[in-house]
Design a protein. Structure first.
Length: 160
């Protein structure tokens, strides 16, 4: 061999770029198809269906009205009796929850006259719902002290 001759090393063949694109495309189609198949089977068999809610322990229809001093009057809608007064600048969670539900009513053009439903479930669960819009708030998600504020409405006596 001469000094000027170069020696070539063996190289490994590279896969054709078209083959790589095909493999990736087939893999993506298989993954998407599998996902759609699993979702369809779950939907048709009821596997993904949410369980029905447990029976309620107690339910109370409530209306809320702003007072001139900034407080909020809580009334039992069935008897029209006032059961509580939330003083101005007190109980921010209750005010925030009501504001959220009332704002949704305003967006869909519903008045504020219809009552909300406070429902108590087994295990300390409680929800505040708006039957006119279908909106509801699961109160236990915000902690036991906030649930307790709403639970007091079940035990308070009518005020003059």
């Amino acid at each position: 061999m001469s000094a000027t001759a170069t020696r070539r090393l063996p190289t490994t063949p590279r896969p054709a770029p078209r083959l790589a694109v095909r493999v990736i495309t087939v893999a993506a189609v298989v993954m998407l198809g599998g996902t759609l198949l699993v979702a369809t089977v779950a939907r048709l068999t009821g596997f993904a269906a949410a369980p029905p809610p447990p029976p309620s322990l107690a339910s109370l229809s409530l209306t809320f009205a702003d007072l001139p001093d900034g407080g909020v009057a809580v009334r039992n809608a069935a008897t029209a009796t006032q059961i509580a007064v939330i003083p101005a600048r007190d109980d921010g969670f209750l005010r925030m929850t009501l504001r959220m539900l009332y704002n949704y009513r305003q967006r869909v053009g519903i008045g504020t006259q219809s009552p909300f439903t406070l429902t108590e479930f087994p295990g300390g669960r409680m929800s505040l719902s708006d039957p006119t819009t279908g909106q509801h708030v699961e109160l236990e998600a915000f902690g036991p002290s906030n649930v307790h504020e709403f639970a007091n409405f079940f035990t308070k006596k009518a005020q003059p």
